[in-house]
Write a protein that binds this ligand. Structure first.
Ligand SMILES: CSCC[C@H](NC(C)=O)C(=O)O
Ligand SMILES: [Zn+2]
Ligand SMILES: [Zn+2]
Length: 408
C-alpha cells in the first residue's frame, strides 16, 4: 500500500511528505517548525545556515553552498514556506497528512505551491554534493515567509536588507506553475497587481423614491466601465492564439460593499477590483484611465489602491542572454519542451527583479493540472522526482555561467 509509510518509497519523496506535514498555513503559519526543518537539512547537507529576521517572527532561512569562485555573483534559489488555507470539507484526504494514493499522487496543501520546489532544490544540491561536484558560483537557497499574503513581511523587506546584498545574487529562480501538457512553463515576467477600491457617494433618502444623484447609480457606471474594459481584454486574448493569459490585463470585480436596509438609499457604496496589469502597459496612462472612468461617473466618485505594483520587469529570454542560454540549454539537452510566459498573478520574483536581479519562475511540473490554491492540490511522485533530475542539470549549468561583462 502506497500510504503505509516510507517502506520502498524514494527518500526524497519521504522528505517531501515530511515537509508537507508542517502546518505553515496562513493566517497562522508554524514558521518555527519550518525553520527547524530547514536547519536540520542544512546540518545533514553540510551547508551553512543563516537566519534573518526581517520582521518580528518572520525569518528568512538561507542555506549556502559555496562555489569554487565565490567572487562571482551567486545563484539564488528562492521558495516560500507558507501555504494558503484549505476548505477541509472539499478535500478527499487531510491536506496536512501528505497522503499518497495507490497511483502515487501526493495530496497536500503546498504540494504544488511550492513545497515541492523547496525540497527539489535541497535534494538536487544533496545529490550533486554526494557526486563530489563543484561549481564556480555559490548557490544560496532562500526560504521566505509571507509570500501568500503579499510578501510584505518576507521578500519585500529581505531584498533591502544588508544580508540580502551580501548574497550578491546574479540570477534567481523562484516559483512557476504546473503545465497539464508535456511542456514545462517558465515565467520571465509578471503582471502588476493593482487592487483598487472605488467609493461612490451620493444623496441618501427613502427607498421608495426616485432619488437623484445616488451612490449606487454612479457606482454602476464605474463598474460598467471597468467591466467593459475587462470584456475588451478578454476578447483580445481569445481572438489571438499567440497571446497567453499573462500578456493581457485582467480585471475582476471582487467585492461590493454598502447599504444598511432595503428601504434606505445609501450615501456611500464601494466596489473593489483585482486588476492585473500586463507588463507592456503604460502605468501612468492606465491610472489616468481609471481616474477618468471615475470622473465620468459623476461627482463624489473616488478611488484608492490597496496594492499598486509599479515596477514591472522583464527578464531577458533571447539566446544572447547568458542566463537564458544556460537555462534553456538544459531543456534542449534534456529534450524537454519549454514554454516562456508572463506569470498571470504575483510572486516574490517581482521584488527580486525590481532590485535588478534577473529571475525566472519555474516549478518543474509537466503533465500536471494547475491546482495551486485549489481543493485536492496534489502532485505525482514521479513528476516530483523528475523535477529533482531537472534541477541537477540546471544548477550546474547556472552555477557555471562565466563572469559576465556587466559584473554579474
Ligand atoms: C498581490 S500579493 C498576492 C499574491 C498572490 N500570489 C499568488 C501566486 O497567488 C496573488 O497574485 O494574488
Ligand atoms: Zn507560491
Ligand atoms: Zn500561492
Amino acid at each position: 500500500m502506497a500510504n503505509q509509510g516510507p517502506e520502498g518509497e524514494h527518500p526524497s519523496v519521504t522528505l517531501f511528505r515530511q515537509y508537507l506535514r508542517i502546518r505553515t498555513v496562513q493566517p497562522k503559519p508554524d514558521y518555527g517548525a519550518a525553520v527547524a526543518f530547514l536547519e536540520d537539512r542544512a546540518r545533514q547537507l553540510g551547508l551553512s545556515c543563516q537566519k534573518v529576521e526581517v520582521a518580528p517572527g518572520y525569518v528568512v532561512t538561507v542555506l549556502t553552498w559555496v562555489g569554487t569562485n565565490p567572487a562571482l555573483p551567486s545563484i539564488l534559489l528562492n521558495s516560500h514556506t507558507d501555504v494558503v488555507p484549505v476548505f477541509k470539507e472539499h478535500w478527499s484526504h487531510d491536506p496536512f497528512e501528505a497522503f499518497k494514493d495507490s497511483k502515487g499522487y501526493i495530496y497536500a496543501r503546498g504540494s504544488q505551491d511550492m513545497k515541492c520546489v523547496s525540497i527539489q532544490y535541497l535534494e538536487a544540491v544533496r545529490r550533486l554534493k554526494a557526486e563530489g561536484r563543484h561549481f564556480p558560483r555559490t548557490i544560496h537557497m532562500t526560504f521566505v515567509p509571507d509570500e501568500e499574503v503579499g510578501g510584505h513581511k518576507g521578500m519585500e523587506l529581505f531584498v533591502h536588507r544588508p544580508e540580502f546584498q551580501a548574497l550578491r545574487a546574479g540570477f534567481a529562480l523562484d516559483e512557476g506553475l504546473a503545465n497539464p501538457t508535456d511542456a514545462f512553463t517558465v515565467f520571465y515576467s509578471e503582471r502588476s497587481p493593482w487592487w483598487v477600491r472605488v467609493t461612490s457617494t451620493g444623496r441618501p433618502g427613502h427607498g421608495s423614491r426616485f432619488m437623484e444623484d445616488t451612490a449606487a447609480e454612479k457606482l454602476h457606471k464605474v463598474v460598467s466601465s471597468f467591466l467593459a474594459f475587462r470584456e475588451k481584454e478578454r476578447q483580445r486574448l481569445q481572438s489571438n492564439p499567440h497571446l497567453k493569459e499573462g500578456a493581457v490585463t485582467c480585471v475582476n470585480l471582487t467585492k461590493l460593499e454598502g447599504g444598511v436596509a432595503y428601504n434606505v438609499v445609501p450615501a456611500t457604496m464601494s466596489a473593489c477590483f483585482d486588476i492585473r496589469v500586463a507588463p507592456d502597459v503604460d502605468l501612468k496612462a492606465f491610472e489616468k484611465q481609471l481616474e477618468s472612468w471615475c470622473q465620468e461617473a459623476g461627482e463624489g466618485v473616488t478611488f484608492e489602491f490597496s496594492q499598486k505594483w509599479t515596477q514591472p520587469r522583464v527578464t531577458p529570454t533571447d539566446s544572447s542572454d547568458p542566463w537564458w542560454a544556460a537555462f534553456s540549454g538544459v531543456f534542449k539537452d534534456m529534450n524537454l519542451n519549454l514554454e516562456p510566459e508572463i506569470f498571470p498573478a504575483a510572486t516574490d520574483s517581482r521584488y527580486i527583479r525590481a532590485v535588478g536581479i534577473p529571475a525566472l519562475g519555474f516549478s518543474p511540473m509537466n503533465h500536471t493540472p494547475v491546482l495551486l490554491h485549489d481543493h485536492d492540490e496534489r502532485l505525482h511522485e514521479a513528476v516530483f522526482l523528475r523535477g529533482i533530475d531537472i534541477y541537477t542539470h540546471l544548477l550546474p549549468a547556472l552555477a557555471s555561467v562565466p563572469a559576465l561583462p556587466n559584473g554579474s
